[in-house]
Design a protein around this ligand. Structure first.
Ligand code: SF4
Length: 472
């Protein structure tokens, strides 16, 4: 999963992009980068770490250009962090800077085609070369040839992608895959135009949200703010439900739905799945689950308490190789408020349960003081791998896929009771037409042949050994 931002304006845009990237930092902490076009060349700066660690006043001032893009990366493909950083750039035949959020299902085929040219293990670089080749097929570089290249690209790429790109001299391009699986919004500030993974980034840059890009749509903006919009290859929308459940910021609005309000609704729907509760209090696993816990507590008429505190200064770099190290990390990252949970029947809300490793540790932590612990997940059981950019591509790692039933999951986690949201409850709460729920029901938006699935799982399992995973 990654975050992308693109801006074209009247003045240099690097500072805007920097602010936008800060707002989508939660979408990736492995690396950050900005590329701007200054009428002659593409100026690029990228590095490992957080946005605030990569950029300084000095290097931002050298990123001149009135059209630019930015990227924050969380690795879902690739295992060579220094080479995998985005944006990627090509200089010939046309200078293009390219940033991508999503995952390409058929990237192994394209890797064969471009293996002489690519340096990284990242599908984004492959996609850039594919797009560059398509664009170079037309002698006249104009808006029509850009749209032709995007349409041809869409026909050849199986997977999820939201993309922003600067095309030399012409302007800023943004497009979304035919199922609009990954988010991409457009905003305006006078004649300046911006695109971002989430509306919170538009807010941070001082842009007004205009709309989400449509499935299979491309938008091209020329210098001066002339906007060209074209729906090129539309298919039924399959927006990733995980954006509302877990990934996006609560202050973002995607597909017209406030992430915060949908999380409250998820809590209320989850309450309907709990037939009877003797809980003394409801609490959240911080931070994503807070609105859901509030919704659930209100619906059940139970008191809501802050029973757990998260240390915000611990990133995913704080990964320990041993069991003892992981227990230590857990104690630093999360702690209970003992006066709140001591001797209580606790109903604890979590956004989702993926591998179950963290949930098991949290249950153990709370049960040291609580009398009983009932765990409730706002997301139904995750039983199938995701091939579209959320980092759980290996079925054997998913606790709901490996245990026989929900009671098996409960026992594995050590909870006294476990309630999952139903699929119907999730759909009602989100109220979004055209959701991808493939990791819940196995109904994938695009065709993924069994052999491709196995190869992707094997590649990712191998990379996982080197770079780890965010979902534990
Ligand atoms: S499979 Fe699940 S996580 Fe992946 S895109 Fe679909 S809904 Fe999102």
């Amino acid at each position: 999963m990654c975050g992308i931002v693109g801006v074209i304006g009247q003045d240099n845009v690097a500072l805007d992009i920097y602010q936008g990237l800060l707002a989508v930092q939660h979408r990736g902490q492995d690396s950050a980068g900005i590329a701007c076009f200054d009428k002659v060349r593409i100026n690029l700066k990228k590095g490992l770490g957080l946005v605030s660690e990569v950029f300084t006043e000095d290097n931002l001032s050298r990123l001149s250009g009135k059209a630019g893009i930015g990227h924050v990366r969380y690795a879902t493909a690739g295992s060579t962090p220094l080479l995998d950083m985005s944006p990627f750039v090509v200089d010939i035949p046309h200078a293009i800077a390219f940033a991508h959020n999503g995952n390409t299902v058929n990237y192994l085929d394209w890797e064969q085609v471009f293996r002489e040219r690519i340096q990284s293990c990242c599908d984004s670089e492959i996609l850039l070369h594919l797009f560059s080749d398509k664009l170079s097929q037309d002698k006249h570089l104009d808006v029509a040839s850009v749209f032709d290249a995007v349409l041809s690209f869409m026909k050849d790429v199986n997977g999820s992608y939201s993309i922003v790109a600067v095309v030399e001299r012409l302007g800023l391009l943004a497009f979304r895959d035919p199922h609009a699986n990954r988010p991409l919004v457009m905003g305006k500030r006078g004649n300046d135009v911006a695109f971002a993974s989430e509306s919170a980034a538009l807010d941070a840059m001082g842009f007004e949200l205009v709309r989400d890009l449509l499935p299979g749509e491309a938008v091209f903006v020329e210098p001066g703010g002339i906007i060209h919009e074209k729906v090129l290859l539309p298919k039924a929308p399959r927006h990733c439900m995980f954006e509302w459940v877990y990934f996006s910021r609560p202050d973002s609005v995607l597909e017209g739905k406030s992430v915060y309000e949908t999380r409250i609704a998820l809590g209320k729907q989850l309450a309907k799945a709990i037939e009877r509760s003797d809980a003394d209090l409801v609490m959240a696993v911080p931070d994503t689950s807070r609105p859901a816990a509030a919704g659930l507590a209100e619906e059940l008429g139970k008191p809501l308490a802050e029973g757990m505190i998260k240390n915000r200064y611990i990133g995913r770099t704080f990964i320990m190789p041993t069991q003892e190290g992981r227990e230590r990390a857990m104690r630093v990252k999360l702690n209970t408020v003992k006066s709140v949970v001591k001797g209580k029947h606790v109903l604890m809300v979590d956004d989702s349960i993926v591998r179950g490793t963290t949930a098991r540790r949290i249950v153990k932590l709370v049960k040291k003081d609580a009398k009983t612990l009932h765990l409730a997940s706002t997301c139904p059981p995750i039983k199938y791998p995701c091939f579209y950019g959320i980092d759980f591509p290996i079925p054997s790692e998913l606790v709901a896929a490996t245990e026989k039933d929900e009671d098996g999951v409960r026992k594995k986690l050590g909870a006294d009771a476990l309630t999952y949201q139903s699929l119907d409850g999730l759909k009602k709460a989100l109220g979004v037409k055209g959701l991808c729920t493939a990791c819940l029901d196995g109904d994938y938006p695009t065709e993924i042949p069994v052999d491709v699935r196995k190869k992707l799982e094997a590649v990712r399992a191998n990379e996982r050994k080197k770079v780890g995973s965010a979902y534990v």
